[in-house]
Design a protein around this ligand. Structure first.
Ligand code: BES
Ligand code: ZN
Ligand code: ZN
Length: 471
């Protein structure tokens, strides 16, 4: 499907259907209010009414604000794609809603059909956005940027949605190499031999029972005069069976999503390079598969992490923090960054704490937390801050090693996981680091807003908004 931005007046554009967003107040003054009333249309948010004879698709919204427009646009695009129409048009009323419209169209209209033997075919080909009477140059810039970010989000979704058989650590390596080539990024891959030389024994232990070798992926985007250097770190568990602390059957389903942090970070560096941002970006990914087998790492093992810290394994399903411990340490060693941001589907506890749509933000810097929550809300993502405290840290005490990989208490699990990661953040980086737990936000089995079934691409829009705001 093609989206075309036009500076013409909507009446001068030829299309099968005109799409309108209408609040309940605006409905009272609508030229078709009588028919809409008869159809039972009340302009409730996300309700729609097709007036085929009039060539009109009316969409209900609570307000004309971005969040409501994005969600309504996602509903509208699904209807248009399922219809037999070929084209539609809609008027842009303000610069602020341009990204929301693009997200509604591209993210709400996203379909993952790779494993369907007979994918649905749509006749819908063209959507015109008309921006008559507005500053067209500005609108065009926002529009083009929004397309890049939405496409990067869908790129992330595609990888996360790929099955664990088709996407394992080594395919993730190949995918990263392809992205590096296409977007002219630096690319360094550390296979198991090199990981051993780097003493990344926590990460290596997690992947030991997999038939695929674990790998560390380091991509870099280096513009000429960067305003800042940012390191992004992603949890890339291409499958999390739980290991010997095996997950129950029902909890294992969807665990292909445990690579969403890594895939998000790939989407972020892709977008940053295509937006040509003046920010140097390093993406570090721990690509690992957590499986069972005779050589699997075990509860009771003690691992020596790259930093030298010893970790008592009490649960092999708390594997993401072990991988991140080593990758965070490596990232801090290799790049002196102004910001270090990790993304991980780290804990079920985060989903319990914040619900299934919201990303948990943790870290020491109130300023960064505030900036990210602003960036997220501008970009249409939900975030909630989870506070560290020194009392929770005691739950990670180990009798035989420096730290345990699980908490001794069943409460505050998202925070204790964040505090575990904090142990691997160097003192000089404490205020530069943020941890994003995307366990709830990375994947959905019930569509919401512009998110459809499956991977959401959580983090990509928020991070792009944050990176764009760096000056
Ligand atoms: N990958 C999971 C976390 C997860 C859960 C992501 C649900 C998405 C949805 C992680 O590796 C895990 O299993 N964490 C354990 C930690 C526990 C053993 C301390 C969890 O959350 O139960
Ligand atoms: Zn796990
Ligand atoms: Zn996991």
């Amino acid at each position: 499907m093609n989206i075309k931005l036009s500076n013409k007046n909507s009446t001068d554009v030829n299309a099968d259907i005109l799409v309108e967003f209408v609040t309940s107040d605006e409905l009272l003054k609508h030229t078709e209010v009588a028919i809409l009333n008869k159809a039972g249309f009340k302009a409730e948010q996300d309700s729609t009414c097709f007036l085929h004879e009039k060539g009109l698709l009316v969409c209900g919204v609570d307000s004309q604000k971005s969040d409501d427009i994005r969600s309504a646009m996602a509903c509208a695009i699904k209807l248009l794609k399922a219809s037999n129409y070929e084209s539609a048009k809609l008027g842009i009323h303000s610069k602020r809603t341009v990204s929301a419209l693009v997200d509604g169209i591209l993210l709400g209209g996203y379909e993952y059909n790779v494993y369907k033997s007979k994918p649905k075919k749509s006749t819908f080909k063209k959507l015109f956005l008309t921006a008559d009477g507005l500053d067209f140059e500005k609108i065009e810039r926002v529009f083009n940027e929004a397309i890049i970010v939405a496409n990067a989000t869908n790129f992330t979704r595609d990888i996360v949605n790929t099955t664990p058989h088709d996407l394992h650590p080594q395919t993730l390596v190949a995918l990263a190499q392809k992205l590096a080539e296409e977007n002219k990024l630096g690319c360094k891959i550390l296979q198991e031999e090199e990981l051993k030389k780097e003493n990344m024994h926590a990460m290596l232990a997690v992947g030991r029972a997999s038939i695929y070798g674990s790998a560390l992926i380091h991509l870099s985007y280096k513009p000429k005069n960067p305003k800042q250097i940012i390191s992004l770190v992603g949890k890339g568990l291409t499958y999390d069976s739980g290991g010997l602390s095996l997950k129950p059957a029902t909890s294992m389903v969807t665990m292909k999503m445990d690579k969403a942090g890594a895939c998000g970070v790939l989407g972020m560096i892709k977008a940053a390079s295509e937006l040509k941002l003046d920010v140097e970006i390093h993406a570090f990914i721990g690509a690992v598969e957590n499986m069972i087998g005779g050589d699997a790492y075990k509860p009771d093992d003690v691992l020596v992490a790259r930093s030298g810290t010893t970790i008592e394994v009490r649960n092999t399903d708390a594997e993401g923090r072990l991988v991140l411990a080593d990758v965070l340490d490596y990232a801090q060693n290799k790049v002196k960054a102004d910001g270090i941001f990790d993304f991980a589907t780290l804990t079920g506890a985060c989903v319990v704490a914040l619900g299934p749509f919201t990303t948990g933000i943790m870290g020491h810097s109130h300023k960064l937390k505030h900036e990210f929550s602003k960036a997220a809300s501008n970009a249409g993502e939900l975030t909630g801050s989870l506070p560290f405290n020194k009392h929770l840290k005691k739950f990670l005490k180990s009798e035989i090693a420096d730290i345990s990989n699980t908490s001794s208490k069943p409460y505050g699990g998202a925070i204790t996981a964040g505090i575990f990661l904090d142990t691997f953040i160097k003192d000089e980086n404490k205020e530069k680091w943020m941890h994003f737990d995307i366990a709830g936000s990375a994947y959905t089995e019930t569509p919401w807003d512009c998110n459809v079934y499956g991977a959401t691409g959580a983090g990509v829009r928020m991070m792009c908004e944050y990176l764009k705001s760096i000056d």
